[in-house]
Design a protein around this ligand. Structure first.
Ligand SMILES: [Zn+2]
Length: 135
């Protein structure tokens, strides 16, 4: 029998909230839209030609996707005309990763709550004391 009804009802509410959170967090995973792993930024470079403006400090800018593959950071230049599309796909990828990270957190909290609820409901077998092992 649950002695602390108030506590149990709070835990029940937490469980409900957490399961709503999970429903929200798994939403982006139902999508089929493509994603690109990494992050987009502008890489500034010098081309090395002596007369170029980059020699005076006006570096060349390239939009790149940076992503780690097998522990190494790989840079890929985004072809001109593809920036908006690539940015969108990268943003979607980052949303998935964020949602996944949050899911782990919510899941962890949910386990704490259900463990606590289970502990509050747990009972022992009533003691009868009439059976002895040798009979
Ligand atoms: Zn240059």
């Amino acid at each position: 029998m649950i002695t602390d009804k108030k506590k149990f009802s709070q835990l029940r509410q937490s469980l409900g909230r957490l399961s709503n959170d999970i429903k929200q967090l798994i939403n982006p995973f139902f999508s089929e839209k493509p994603v690109i792993k990494g992050s987009v930024y502008e890489l500034k470079t010098k081309c090395g030609k002596p007369g170029c403006k980059c020699a005076q400090g006006q570096l060349h800018g390239h939009m790149v996707v940076s992503a780690s593959e097998k522990g190494k950071t790989k840079l890929r230049v985004i072809p001109s005309g593809f920036l908006v599309e690539v940015q969108g796909k990268v943003r979607r990828y980052q949303e998935l990763r964020r949602a996944r990270k949050n899911l782990v957190e919510v899941h962890k909290k949910m386990l704490q709550v259900i463990d606590e609820m289970e502990a509050m409901r747990r009972e022992e077998i009533p003691v009868s004391g009439k059976i002895n092992a040798s009979s």
